[in-house]
Structures are given as C-alpha cells and as structure tokens.
Write a protein that binds this ligand. Structure first.
Ligand code: SF4
Length: 175
C-alpha cells in the first residue's frame, strides 16, 4: 500500500523513542537477497539493533509464486556479507531456516536453531515437511539443523554435506 513504508518507519521510531527494543524479521527471497546491506542501513537509520534473516518458507503464496524462492547457494554469500555488515553497523543479526551445511562454519553460530536449541530441539516435531535424506540422519547437526523443506528440494535440489559425528575412541574412555 502506498505510504505504508513511511508509516512503519514512523511507528518504529516512536517505539524506539520509548526505549523499547525492537527485533525486525526479513524474509529472504529472490526479490531482496541482493539488497540485505541496504536493509541494514535502513535499520541503522531507524535505530533498530536486532534483526532476523529468515529464509523463505515454500508454502502458500510463496509456493504459488515459486520464482520468489531463490537457490540457497546463490543467496548464502549475500546473507553472510549482510551478517558481517550488520555487525560492523551495530545491528545484532540472527539467521533461521538456513541448513547449517550451506553456511560457512563461522555463521552457524548466528543460526537461531543453534543458540535456541530448546525451541528447535526435535526436527521431526518442528516440521514433518522437511526433506530428510540419509545424509542428514548421520550428520552431527541433525538434532538442531532445520535442513531444507521438501518443496524447496523439489524446486532446487540441495547438496547435503553432513558434519561428521565425533565418537570417543576406546582409549579416551579411560582418561
Ligand atoms: S547434512 Fe542435513 S542435518 Fe547436516 S547440516 Fe546439512 S542439512 Fe543439516
């Protein structure tokens, strides 16, 4: 709707002026993933100090307009750059719905699923609509990682790279 951006910005400023903390969410899709740094600039302008990047969920209208759903390998470099940029600009970033093995290891610590394990501890309960190939079942991150949605896999496929499960050696038990 025309003018709604200005209205939203005014509302945010009003809340920030009351010393309340605001967390914004952005659904990362084909339309915006190249402009995430500009989005951070807008947050800085509005004095918003926390934001969550959510990878688009391929359901409902998003699935009906599947061109909105980008391929993860194309998106991830922009998301990681935006995380770095947000840190420089004093905005605390978090990620959600990004499979851990698609991220460079440093960025996994920004995944809400990793640092809020109680919320996401059971992937089966979290969503039955996830694509769970055998590679995920033998991955060290299986209990926390959101993986990819079944509909995403149908659209773009995905190269799963499981993290090795560390096993204690027989000798280490006696240390
Ligand atoms: S292999 Fe599966 S469970 Fe492991 S990080 Fe990748 S998507 Fe997540």
């Amino acid at each position: 709707m025309k003018g709604s951006f200005a209205v939203a910005m005014r509302a945010i400023r009003n809340v920030v002026n009351l010393d309340a903390s605001i967390v914004t969410n952005i659904v990362v899709c084909s339309e915006n993933f190249r402009f995430l740094k500009q989005y951070i600039d807008v947050l800085v302008q509005a004095r918003v100090s926390k934001t969550i990047f959510l990878f688009i969920v391929p359901e409902g209208n998003a699935l009906r307009n599947s061109s909105l759903i980008p391929a993860l390998p194309e998106v991830i470099p922009y998301v990681q750059d935006a995380v770095d940029y947000a840190n420089i600009k004093g905005v605390y970033p978090a990620l959600t719905f990004f499979p851990f093995c698609a991220l460079d290891p440093y960025y996994i610590s920004y995944a809400a699923e990793a640092y809020m394990p109680d919320r996401f501890k059971d992937p089966e309960a979290f969503s039955a609509r996830r694509h769970r190939p055998p590679q995920c079942l033998r991955c060290a991150c299986y209990r926390l990682c959101p993986g990819v949605w079944e509909a995403y896999y149908t659209l773009h496929s995905f190269c799963f790279k499981p993290f090795p499960v560390r096993r204690r050696s027989v000798g280490s038990r006696h240390k």
